[in-house]
Design a binder for this molecule. Structure first.
Ligand code: WT7
Length: 647
């Protein structure tokens, strides 16, 4: 087995890139023809960015699980598809071959069918990182149901909001989850969410830690009981539902600069082709390699690069239930050693945190199997890059710095491991098929250092990062609100997808993403909207108003700094801080907790009442003077007061 569309030299990269922008439809057709289709497409691409309306492989019929399971179960039935490592190093690991995974997905697809799940239904999944999570995801895809996976760190309130938005009627969860030395009561959280989600008629509960749970008659059933019913049926093979190329595959909620999180929608064919193509090329996966992505399936990284990308490529994907620092900070390196991992894909925040524990946790581990390292989620700083390169890669493994987003479905800008050159702290070059452009505030294209146009003059340029042509993994809509999708991504600049990121480009055409230019924070590689956090803080009793900004944080990349106007009488301000965080935790989840809270008498506002975040950002970063022009402020004195009392 090999991948005819895998790029194997820098020379070839250049040729293929050129071809991909001259003849995008031919290019993508040449990739897509290597997949399993129930019916071939009539047209490769139809699009406009006005509505937006993007259709890839129009008229084609397929099921993504036939590409992830059946074709490999036939040709390499005994190849490990999923290797699972428990949170507990003492618990035995599990291996599921392609044949076994197909069997289990078929079984669970039957369970879904028995529980009334049909094509097009939305199913909420809130589970620990166990193989059954991947099985649940794939079983949804097999029956044609739309999965909406919610990360285990979100609160009941967040789950309820998402379930209501997607009108989910079925939930798949577990009694609880192990996380380091803690246990998380998943079913209890779901039960709280269900108090506000009247549409949910069925909850399927996997046994993981067998913590006591309340099971409601007529609504809640055990995963294991449902499987037993299927076992008495005889042959459990579930024929894959025929899906249209543009039928919905999944919804994944992500935060923006305003309002509630939006449901990013990806569809079957384009997403599959793009996740697979990017996986094979960026990581240079070779048959037999063991590939380990440390993300959680609750985020897009897990969807594309634990489940769909690797499995559609017949790869061996390692799934880890635990956390990097338990039982100690050598956990990742033990796993690499134990399973002879060849490719490791992780996040800068994890690298920085492990770096802080010193080299002793790495020293006695055999990491000689490693060939490729990857980074995702935020810009990787040079210090972390070099530590990763030296201590983990032993200076022989290329590092791929992969830039992409929930909305892009897969990796957009990255070096190809060992094929195109790396440059510390740079995502480097676009994948063939991807056409990035930098624009200024007025939407004018900034030329220069521009590989696509062949112009490469001398200076590093900077602008807002847009993509000017569709790729198969592009977001199709935001669930239930297409106008919001248009507004957020396609209205800032005409005929371009706007990423929300600021970016440099050097004289070789290398991109260096500098971070969000909107009010979106990136905390430990997780996206959090400032407006969402402010709304949560403002719900707290005696909070008058608040403003939240990001500030540089050694490990998390960005920390959350809140300025809060508090009118209560409690003089124990540390207790008030904890109360506020408890409220944020209840409403959003522990991942949105504030790192710093400063109580202020007022916020810097313009005469029209707009908060000047620019100033608050400076203060949070420790810049206590040179605020620029503050004469337009309603009360310029407030700035000085806030700066003096910085925490
Ligand atoms: C935002 C997307 C893509 C999966 C994980 C996050 C930032 C992501 C990089 C990188 C610099 C990066 C961007 C982007 N980002 N990867 N390699 N270099 N910045 O997905 O939650 O959708 O967040 O993460 O700011 O817009 P997400």
């Amino acid at each position: 087995m090999s991948y005819p569309y895998q790029i194997l030299s820098e020379e070839q990269y250049k040729e293929v890139y050129q071809f991909s922008i001259e003849k995008p439809e031919e290019f993508w057709a040449s990739v897509a023809k290597h997949f399993t289709w129930k019916k071939k497409w009539e047209k490769v691409l139809e699009w406009n960015f006005k509505d937006p309306d993007v259709k890839w492989f129009k008229g084609a019929k397929l099921n993504i699980t036939e590409n992830c399971l059946d074709r490999w179960a036939l040709t390499q039935p005994n190849t490990p598809a999923i290797i699972w490592e428990s949170n507990d190093p003492e618990e035995h690991h599990r291996v599921l071959t392609y044949q076994e995974l197909l069997f289990k997905v078929s079984q669970f697809a039957n369970v879904l069918k028995n529980n009334g799940v049909k094509k097009g239904d939305r199913v909420c999944i809130y589970m620990p990182m166990v193989p059954e999570l991947a099985i649940a995801v794939l079983a949804c895809a097999r029956v044609g149901a739309v999965h909406s996976v919610i990360f285990g760190g979100f609160s009941a309130q967040s789950i309820a909001d998402r379930m209501r938005d997607a009108r989910c009627e079925v939930v798949i969860t577990a009694d609880g989850a192990f996380r380091g030395n803690k246990e998380v009561p998943l079913k209890n959280v779901i039960d709280d969410a269900l108090l506000q989600s009247p549409d949910v008629r069925r909850v399927i509960v996997l046994t993981r830690n067998r913590t006591p749970v309340s099971m409601i008659k007529g609504r809640d059933v055990w995963w294991e009981d449902e499987i037993r019913k299927v076992e008495t049926m005889g042959n459990p093979f579930f024929p894959a539902e025929e899906m249209d190329a543009e039928d919905m595959l999944f919804i994944l909620y992500t935060s923006g600069s305003t309002g509630k999180p939006k449901g990013v929608v990806h569809t079957c064919a384009g997403y599959m082709v793009f996740a697979n193509y990017s996986f094979v090329n960026v990581f240079q996966y070779k048959p037999g390699d063991v590939y380990f992505c440390t993300a959680d399936i609750g985020w897009i990284t897990g969807h594309s690069y634990i489940v769909y990308g690797p499995l559609s490529a017949g790869a061996t994907t390692l799934m880890f239930e635990g956390i990097p620092t338990w039982p100690d900070a050598g956990r990742f390196w033990d796993i690499v050693d134990k399973f002879r991992v060849n490719i490791l894909y992780t996040a800068p925040t994890a690298i920085r945190s492990l770096m802080g524990f010193g080299d002793s946790y790495v020293a006695d581990k055999d990491l000689s199997s490693l060939k490729v390292l990857g980074s995702v989620g935020e810009p990787i700083n040079e210090e972390a890059w070099h530590w990763f390169h030296k201590n983990i890669g032993k200076e022989k493994c290329p590092i791929v710095d992969t830039w992409w987003q929930t909305e892009t479905g897969g990796i957009m800008i990255s070096n190809l491991a060992g094929i195109t050159p790396a440059k510390p702290a740079h995502a480097t070059l676009p994948l063939p098929g991807i056409q990035p452009v930098l624009v200024d505030e007025n939407g004018n294209r900034i030329e220069g250092s521009d590989a696509a146009s062949g112009i490469l003059p001398a200076d590093i340029i900077s602008g807002n990062l847009c993509i000017q042509f569709p790729w198969p993994g592009i977001i199709r809509t935001t669930y239930g609100d297409h106008e919001r999708c248009r507004q957020t991504y396609f209205s800032a600049y005409e005929d371009k997808y706007f990423t929300g990121d600021g970016c440099f480009r050097d004289t070789d055409g290398n991109y260096r993403i500098t971070g969000r230019v909107d009010d979106v924070l990136n905390v430990s590689g997780h996206r959090i909207g400032t407006a969402e956090v402010e709304n949560a803080i403002n719900m707290h009793t005696d909070v008058v108003e608040s403003a939240v900004v990001g500030y540089p944080h050694d490990i998390k990349g960005q920390g959350i700094y809140g300025f809060v106007v508090y009118s209560g009488s409690n003089s124990d301000l540390n207790l008030v801080r904890q109360d506020i965080n408890q409220t944020v935790s209840r409403l959003i989840g522990p991942i949105a907790k504030l790192d710093k809270i400063q109580f202020v008498s007022g916020l810097p506002k313009t005469r029209s009442g707009k908060i000047m975040r620019r100033i608050l950002r400076k203060i949070a970063e420790g810049e206590l003077e040179n605020f620029g022009d503050i004469s337009t402020l309603l009360d310029p004195d407030v700035v000085k007061q806030i700066a003096e009392a910085r925490v």
